[in-house]
Design a protein around this ligand. Sequence first.
Ligand SMILES: Cc1cc2nc3c(=O)[nH]c(=O)nc-3n(C[C@H](O)[C@H](O)[C@H](O)COP(=O)(O)OP(=O)(O)OC[C@H]3O[C@@H](n4cnc5c(N)ncnc54)[C@H](O)[C@@H]3O)c2cc1C
Length: 492
Amino acid sequence: MKRACVIGAGFGGLALAIRLQSSGIDTTVVEARDKPGGRAYYWEREGFIFDAGPTVVTDPACLHELWQLSGRDMADDIELMPVMPFYRLNWPDGVNFDYSNDEGALKREIARISTEDLAGYDEFERYSEGVYKEGYVRLGDVPFLDFVSMVKAAPALVKYQAWRSVYSIVSSFVKSEKLREALSFHTLLVGGNPMKTSAIYALIHKLEKDGGVWWAKGGTNRLIAAMVRHFERLGGKVRLGEPVLHIHTIGDRASEVETTSGWRERFDAVASNADIVHTYRDLLTETPRGPAMARKLTRQRFSPSLFVVHFGIEGTWPGIPHHTILFGPRYEGLLEDIYTHGVLPQDFSIYLHHPTVTDPSVAPPGKSTFYALIPVAHQGKLPIDWDQVGPVLEKRVLDEVGRRLIPDIHDRIVTKFHYAPRDFALDLNAYHGSAFSLEPILTQSAYFRGHNRDDKIKNLYLVGAGTHPGAGIPGVVGSAKATARLMVEDLR
Ligand SMILES: Cc1cc2nc3c(=O)[nH]c(=O)nc-3n(C[C@H](O)[C@H](O)[C@H](O)COP(=O)(O)OP(=O)(O)OC[C@H]3O[C@@H](n4cnc5c(N)ncnc54)[C@H](O)[C@@H]3O)c2cc1C
């Protein structure tokens, strides 16, 4: 039986491990932290469950597939609950917009904002459908290993004007600034600036429309636990609390994996789900390939980081939907400050996560769990002392949530803490503390993103947000499919 090691237990690493084990490859996952999940880590405090990262589960079919590979049913391990509306968008002038895949309801929401944009929305929908079929269904899990593969994708890129941004494409269909924001903000969920991210990402609209938006009962952490359970049932092994120190190589092959505890084992193939810069710069120091790739990668653009305030409060809030975007007074200017200027603006847009409205099990009875997230520049652009800034920013974010939704928020707080760019860097080895790895711009996509198999070290593979197609649960689970296909073929 061939043996593989997957370094890192993020969504991408676990999806890959399940695929390998399902194909009869003896697979060991080695994870640095005490719990699996990576960005989808979690904390339990005073009876509140706080998921660290992903909360919006889209394209559940890509997850179901991981169970179907071995003839099992995901529903035996985890319940997915539908979320409706998908998001409530709220602007400072008090206007709300409920975004969902209920066609009639969505059209009524659009008409409330601008009836003249209804026809443009229909055209946008057709565009989104086309780009979804090309960019996600056809190319979402294809490993772009050589330039020829990119050339093959070129006609689709030209047809859908992939060089334009999502915001620019959306603006060609609808005139209302609010609708432009409503139809373009999704790229932020995968680390992309709507003003710069390729229009290909407009596919997210169709992805959500067809597949819905879901919540894993008990939290995203339960979905991770379900993946681990499924993997172990298949015979896979998970080693937690084992930071990998070295991927040893002999010639052009990865030979052994060594952790800080001294554990060291030989494998036929090694895949890294850890941060792409960390993998090359820190784990492959024995070979010239490591530092050379690290130099190349550190010249690329990385997605911003995030500042996340977790809080558990007294009371229940049936009027606050599961996902709310509280837009600030600026859109493009705010994005410029975060992505380009690297400053901490006075204003912000907040994504407010309120799981207890769907699933009261994540808080004690009569209490509610929330997180309020704002994108902030990564540490390479904004090297500030988060020990000092964190508490001040935390208060400002809570004040804004209080001003717009929960007036006596400070009096209701039972427990609270925040997670800053520095934490992403320290806990996850994330380069510059980026929350989503390489920025999803056209020149860093597909062939121009991290390759699923290293070009020089023949049995070294990559999986996760730094590889094609990129961040987000469907993205990294798609990258696992591409990487697994290569590994299974190579190990045959
Ligand atoms: C706050 C937040 C909210 C998000 N919201 C959403 C959302 O709603 N929906 C969505 O689809 N996506 C969302 N995303 C994006 C999504 O969570 C990520 O893109 C995805 O989870 C990344 O998965 P990954 O496979 O790249 O691995 P990661 O989650 O990055 O995991 C990598 C793992 O490697 C481990 N590791 C690192 N170095 C080592 C080492 N030396 N040895 C061993 N292990 C190591 C890390 O500890 C980690 O567990 C969000 C992200 C964040 C941060």
